[in-house]
Design a protein around this ligand. Sequence first.
Ligand SMILES: [Zn+2]
Length: 1234
Amino acid sequence: MNKPKMATEKGVPSNSRVVMLLGQLEKMDGEVMLRDVETARLVTAKILHLIQTQEKSGKEVMSKGSSGMEVILSSLENSRDVQTTLNIMYILSELLTVGRGRRVGVFVSKGGTGVLFQILISASKELPPSEELMLQLHSLLAKVGPKDRKFGVKARLSGALNVTVDVMKQNLQNAKVLLPCLQVLRVYSNNSVNAISLGKTGMVEVMFKIVGPYSKKNTSLFKVALDALGALLKSKTNARRAVDSGHVPVLLALYLDWHRNDTRHRCMLIRKGLLVCLRNITNLKVGRRAFLEADGMRILYHSSTECLPVRTLDPLINTSSLIMRKCFPKNRLPVPTINSAFHFQLPQVPPGGAGDQLYSQLSGVDDVDESDDNEETEGETDTDNEEDKDQCNLNDDIETDLNKLHPDRNIGRPFEELKVYQKFFSELSEDFQGYSFDFSKSASTTSSSTYLFSSSSARFSRPAEVPTAQTPSPKQIPDSQNVCTSVKEHQTLSSPSLTSSQTPLDLDTIHLSKNKDQQEGINIPTPDRCTAPPSFSRSLSQGHMIEQELSHPLEGVSLEDKGNQNAEAGSEKVKHEGSPVNNLRHVQPPLLLGGFPVRRTGGGGSNVGSDCGSEGTEDEGGDAPLLEVPDTAQLLPLHDPDLYVEMVKGTQSVPQYAEVAYPDYFGHVAPMLKEPLLDRIYGVQRSKIFQDIERLIHPNDILDKVVYDIDHASPMIEENSESLKFNSQFESGNLRKAIQVRKYEYDLVLNADINSNHYHQWFYFEVSGMRVGTAYRFNIINCEKSNSQFNYGMQPLMYSVQEAISGKPHWVRTGTDICYYKNHFARSSVATGGQKGKSYYTLTFSVNFIHKEDVCYFAYHYPYTYSTLKMHLSKLEDMRTPQIYLRQDVLCETLSGNTCPLLTITAMPESKSSDHICQFRNRPFIFLSARVHPGETNASWVMKGTLEFLMGTSALAVNLREAYNFKIVPMLNPDGVVNGNHRCSLSGEDLNRQWQNPDPELHPTIYHTKGLLQYLAYIQRAPLVFCDYHGHSRKKNVFMYGCSVKETVWQSNISATSSDLQEDLGYRTLPKILSQIAPAFSMASSSFVVERSKESTARVVVWREIGVKRSYTMESTLCGCDQGKYKGLQISTRELEEMGAQFCLAMLRLKRLTSLRNHQNLLDLESDIIGTQSKSVSSCTTTYVLEEDEPSFLEAIDYSAESNDEDPEPESDLCGDVQENFDQLSDSETRHRN
Ligand SMILES: [Zn+2]
């Protein structure tokens, strides 16, 4: 056997006694040790004595460079004498007790654990085994176990598990030996395979024998035993065993006993240990059942309530609440079906999509299923480290297929087909020969408020025709003509003024006073209505309806059948046949026209109430008092209440909304005050959860009164009722049901996206009938995301009509006691198409209303409706100067017949000289889009900022227009926005997952937006930048996702040749510029990795198929910033709009770089901007950015605290490599942030 040489390094005195003795020990090889037992005992005893008495001796042995540990381990291996072995173990025990972390690390790295196991095995063969030796061995193992990542595996492979089990079984009454064994067992059991194997040897039963009722003796033994038991019970097999043996009531009784007797809270950890055992057992369905049968809810509820006053007992309360939440019987949502309350008849069923499932679903699939612990089989796998698992999942999604990583400019459609898009690029053939460039003269006549979609104007090209789909009927619109003619035409158009001062009390008057062209303009490309899907079928024939709408646009606005107008007296609701909801409403002026004044003067009489189901006879707007309209038009250049109403009239909604929400009508002005992120108050979540649990404990306290319900004829709200009144039947509204659960507490259910059964997160609803001086608690009980910025400082938004009228028309961040957590409502996995995550989440917040008789609105984020967009686009026309080339086209119609606007903004050529025309035509394209996800309203506010900047008069805006040609689709999903969807279009699909193969019928806006890009690619004019604006619900700041082969390859660790990695850094330039100029923008949050799950998003498809290197998703937070100038503040529309403007400025900077002809210079410059001189891969890569990256709070956020039935037991430890990779990433990220 090779023995290590005892080194005498510098710094270790050569005359040191301990070093001398170690040297002596080193010389005794195996045989000598056997022969000269006495010497071995003597030498080791002397070393022990020195180490026990002189601190420096230990230091010398463990000093860097010393081989003392090797000598000791080698001697331990060779020793066959119990006394010598014991001496050495005492030495180790002394050594490892001091400076524990590092010394144990050295011990483990020198293979010490293995030596100990080896001695354990051989000692167990002695009969009887030396008790002292077993004691010492386990004490040492207990010391090193937690520091050795492979401890569990080594123990099992060496056979040590069974030795420990045997020793324990023989020493159940011998606490001295039992304690270290339990300590070791606790470490063994953290390995899931060990836990299963130990369970088979009867360890669970043994543990239950050890833990006992309250006693002041042996508390440390109990504590360790409970830890070990808790670890064993993580295994489902073991947990089931414990349930089957009736241990759940035992644990509860023990817990209660300790709770009652441990009055001075000295044994908190034992109590916690008992709870952990219960927590692990209740991961199983049978465990939860046993818990409920044993009255566990009541026991834990009452004991926790008693613990509340003592802060140090928080861990007990937290664990208890976690168990109670898990065991709270799962309920289905209080709605007849989780499918959307509204249905839209699609031209075809999306294959394999969510809609498909809906159509093929059997009844009853909404039922909650708890079939969760079927998988009893537990794999023989090892993971000593649980953390590895998460990191594996983290990297799962990175694209590793190199073929997919290389942009593949496959345009995919023949040019013959793409030619239809030519008309959207008329500027490329425009020669301006008929146009007068005398700007100074014409400037004064340019203002016009002609609505941009007016079909009577020649400037508007028709919606794209889809060659493959049903061809729209031919239009009476002339083909797109050259722009200068149209511009002139535009200038000479008489512009009927929409006076904003007009009080909108009488919609009819306003409307009828307008000229007819204007009205038709509102009913956008009218003949196309013929192709509108049959969802508009009513009692009247479609043709008749269309005719009516054309001739009486007003009726179209109230969205009523002609015949219903007689129902104006409000005597009865007309229920729409075949519809689950009463989506026909009284004919009456929109809510805002009649309702509010009544409410203000009459007090009780509320039009809102009538809409909720009272018979509403009091709201005839006949001689309603004057409505005080806040003068938002002055504050908001792009806002015009009258125009807004006009726009609403042309908006098609599936529920056929007839009302207008006040905030959209009045407009929103960003308040000047700063709105800091809300500090999370410790214990909020807990108290909310306890209130929820009280529903089960004290069911008689619960009112359960439905106060709003779109699925059924809405309930009567009696006058003088103390219940709040709810309403959400307006554009972008989506409240489905409101249930008063306590006097001042309401459960709210959101409607699913249309033709879908989930995706709820966005909300927008109206509340009235409130009292002042009381905190109302609102619980939105069917949120779906697993976490939310509501846990990290975000507040919902509220708009008070009283405040608006008094001159403060603001959406403001409101609400206290906000938290977001998993609740006891669930849906079956069948209902969600096998999707995981069956539980819903509650967003809860409390509000103190400050005005009596107010009408308030709540929203997830600043609303921005489709009608708002149309109003803004119309007002944008007013900003046009003769120098601006602005064209607004209708790209296509949506499924429900709304138009999808397409904007072209650039500068007019300076003159009609061929040079100027040439420059005009050759400007690079910038392609922008937004709002594919309806719930991400912030994207629209950013887009508004961009559009206003682009239409501005600043020198920068002028330069920008002269530099680029902007093609903008400001709202990719109008239908989703109109109908209050969170994520989808009317097909029940996420449109941003359809870019690879958009269907012309089901996804027209995507199909045609992609068509525009394909056309550009075909004519070799692919845009310089593509950017799709989004909102992010789980992160702070504004940031970008881009596409880089290099960074993806680097992240995924796949092997790639250097040619795969040739990529210039251009994709980083724009985000880098943004991070320098836009305070809300964070480069550190940006990522350039191509993910598999995103392969059908706009960003990836435009990058891969259209070949746009700078293809981005720009994500704006819904919450606020944690860096830069706005750090600590919630984001408002001001910052969002500023972001949109900053994006424009960044484009201007980008232009300065890209206008350089010399490509190499360009790269260098970009490198400068990027801030890296080195082009090496590592210097320019970001990490794969996590979905969320919030710091932990004092109060652990319980959002994911739930039975982890779905999680399989850990599968393998193949995460090792990934782990390493991840470490590197973190390093590089740190570097990058610097
Ligand atoms: Zn999005």
